[in-house]
Structure formats: structure tokens, C-alpha cells
Design a binder for this molecule. Structure first.
Ligand SMILES: [Cu+2]
Length: 150
């Protein structure tokens, strides 16, 4: 077979592989873009860390993220920071983080964020950590966040 035809088939195969997985709800998988994603560097003795960055949802519907996982950690969690009636501020797990339609969600040390628990290997500065976010429509969003000193 001539080379261009083979190339075309290869491209077609790649395109097919990139199609989103079937979802619970109708409609295309929502798009999520990420800016300045970063994993906070910690000493090797520390087995947990945080992930910060800005998640953007260019779509017309809110994007409700309901899960996160990473091959770098035993567990990953969606977290919120709340201040209680006594004025004490602390973080807690949440079932979902929502990126508003056409808007953004900033993950930071004073607000919503992702935590990695049970780090499987010491983090090395500059190395990317893969994260996969799941939304409530069954879509998955994979991103790479480099390890950065706080
Ligand atoms: Cu936290």
C-alpha cells in the first residue's frame, strides 16, 4: 500500500483512539483546560501534598468534578477550605468541585484544592505528575502538573 494511504489510516486510528468514552449523559464530553497546574514539592519524609492551578470550563454547562486519581499517590481527594462558626478555618473532603459554565475554578492553598495522600515515591522538582479528574457525566480529564517548590 502506498505510504500516504498507510499514514491516513494511522491518523484515522489515532483520531478514533481520542474519541471520548461513552457517557452516562447525552452530549459531548465537556472540555476542561488547566493553567498553572502544580504539585507542591515536599521532603521525601512527607507522604502527602496539594495540587493547585486554575481549571477552566469553556462549555455552556457547569462541569461537576466528582473524582480524582493519580498514579503518584495511593489516594487523591477533592478538598474545600471552610471557616466554621467559631472562626476556625480548615480543609475537608468534598464529593464534588464545580467549574462554572464559561468560568474557572482556582485551586489554591486557601480554597478548593486537590490532595495527594500516600505518595508512592519522593517527588522530584520539575517532574510532571499525572492527574485524572472524573466528572459526573462520566468524562475524564487528564492533566500533567509539575512538582514546584511552594
Ligand atoms: Cu487539603
Amino acid at each position: 500500500m502506498p505510504v500516504p494511504a498507510r499514514l491516513f489510516i494511522l491518523l484515522l486510528a489515532l483520531l478514533t483512539a481520542c474519541r471520548p468514552a461513552p457517557q452516562a449523559q447525552a452530549g459531548p464530553t465537556a472540555t476542561l483546560t488547566v493553567e498553572a497546574a502544580r504539585v507542591v514539592a515536599v521532603p521525601p519524609s512527607v507522604k502527602e501534598t496539594s495540587v493547585f492551578g486554575t481549571l477552566r470550563n469553556p462549555g455552556g454547562r457547569p462541569l461537576r468534578l466528582t473524582g480524582v486519581q493519580s498514579p503518584a499517590a495511593d489516594h487523591a481527594m477533592l478538598m474545600v477550605t471552610r471557616t466554621d462558626a467559631q472562626g476556625r478555618t480548615g480543609m475537608q473532603m468534598t464529593d464534588a468541585l464545580t467549574v462554572p459554565a464559561g468560568g474557572e475554578l482556582v485551586l489554591s492553598d486557601t480554597g478548593d484544592h486537590i490532595m495527594l495522600m500516600g505518595l508512592r515515591a519522593p517527588l522530584r522538582e520539575g517532574e510532571p505528575v499525572a492527574l485524572t479528574l472524573t466528572d459526573d457525566a462520566g468524562g475524564t480529564h487528564t492533566l500533567q502538573a509539575p512538582v514546584v517548590k511552594p
